[in-house]
Design a protein around this ligand. Structure first.
Ligand code: UD1
Length: 383
């Protein structure tokens, strides 16, 4: 980060009493918060409080992330836990309203597209507290996804919109939101660039799982569209076909997916390893080491691109359309033969991740300084 001088110092001093409240709750939000919290900390003049809604509560879905990403413990955990969308979001609204009332932040920062993002936006907006939305402008154009509804509400009710990619900025423009939006780059890119060397030095996951570089596929599945019992059964069948073609698959299982797997009393074949969710550093190292990533997660799709691993996305559409255009991600359904063929093609094809791809990725996701751009903009905007 470049040093701050002169007029900037005076401007920053003017907002030295400003208070920012970040709201997080689900696993990917802890990852997004980490570089932003660090960038705010580096500016050193702002009070930054963090509230955890408790949407994710298992230690390996939450606490581990705070530890590994060296995040300070949240100032408050609302412990809302699981429930229907209304139940979970309703509890968050009540808790957040009380938190904002007590803390009186100058701005609330929300992240991504989860129910915690939705609740943060609504609770703050109704108290007339300005909201800044990080990872704004993403669209799948599929309103059956709960995340799409959360994104639409968050973007239209927030006052400052931080778009990670030119496509997301364009989406905001198409909805008449350009005057509140700025292009920042992607904070998840910042997080990967900062943490991959730490992961390489610290993580022993490759040895523990006895996998070899480029000799396995990494699978993650948690979207409602794939975790209905019938859908998941088909998908597991498709994964078995891939395993049958000779590629070992490592599948860290999200709690939502685990519940359905238990319900189905599913026993995986040899070569399909179902394991607990991985901590962040292990996960990014596994993504980097994999021959292919097979996922329905938005974040994991991008992390695969950032770490030069081809990805197959188990969905009918993606918000991260650039990865498809660049030819490093492709969409697939749960057809076993098609999935096995796509994997075989990738393994046999040329490696497309050359220097040119690095420049192309940077032109979409920034150069790893999105969090610094956001921290500075927040300060200027608070004036
Ligand atoms: C949420 C987000 C999704 C994000 C994902 C990352 C919404 C609508 N969805 O989905 O956008 O990609 O987080 O993981 O906000 N559970 C546990 N322990 C936990 C957390 C969840 O057992 O720590 C179980 C519960 O049974 C819960 C289910 O997983 O009902 C789903 O959790 P929930 O937070 O509702 O949504 P996710 O599927 O994690």
């Amino acid at each position: 980060m470049r040093p701050i001088r002169g007029r900037e110092l005076i401007e920053i001093a003017m907002v030295s009493s400003a208070k920012i409240a970040s709201v997080v709750g689900a696993r990917p939000q802890f990852v997004k918060l980490a570089p932003v919290a660090q960038a705010l900390d580096e500016l050193g003049v702002i009070e930054h409080v963090v509230v955890h809604t408790g949407q994710h509560y298992d230690a390996n879905m939450s606490e581990t992330f705070f530890d590994e990403l060296e995040l300070p413990a949240p100032d408050q955990n609302l412990e809302v836990g699981s429930g229907t969308h209304a139940d979970q979001t309703g509890k968050m609204l009540t808790g957040l309203e009380a938190f904002f009332d007590a803390e009186r932040p100058d701005v609330v920062v929300s992240y991504g597209d989860t129910n915690s993002t939705l609740a943060a936006t609504l609770a703050a907006t109704k108290l007339h507290v300005p909201v800044a939305h990080i990872e704004s402008g993403l669209r799948s154009f599929n309103r059956e996804m709960p995340e799409e509804i959360n994104r639409l509400v968050a973007d239209h009710c927030s006052d400052r919109l931080y778009a990670p990619t030119p496509t997301s900025l364009q989406n905001l423009g198409n909805e008449g939101l350009s005057n509140r939006a700025i292009l920042t780059g992607d904070v998840m890119f910042d997080a990967v660039l900062r943490n991959i060397s730490i992961a390489r030095a610290k993580s022993s996951v490759i040895d523990e799982l006895r996998v070899s570089h480029g000799q396995f596929g990494l699978v993650t599945v948690h979207r409602p569209v794939n975790t209905g019992p019938g859908d998941l059964e088909n998908l597991l069948g498709a994964l078995e076909t891939v395993v049958g073609s000779g590629l070992r698959l490592i599948f860290p299982v999200h709690p939502r997916t685990k519940a359905v797997i238990n319900e189905l009393q599913y026993r995986p074949p040899k070569g399909l390893s179902l394991i607990d969710p991985l901590p962040y550093l292990d996960n990014i190292l596994m993504i980097e080491a994999a021959a292919v990533v097979i996922t329905d997660s938005g974040g994991v799709q991008k992390e695969a691109a950032f770490l030069s691993t081809p990805c197959i996305t188990l969905r009918q559409e993606t918000e991260w359309t650039e990865t498809i255009e660049l030819g490093i991600n492709q969409l697939a359904n749960n057809d076993g033969a098609a999935l096995a063929l796509a994997v075989a093609d990738l393994m046999a094809g040329d490696d497309v991740f050359d220097q040119e791809m690095k420049y192309k990725l940077e032109s979409h996701y920034g150069t790893g300084n999105a969090s610094a751009v956001i921290a500075r903009d927040l300060i200027e905007w608070l004036q």
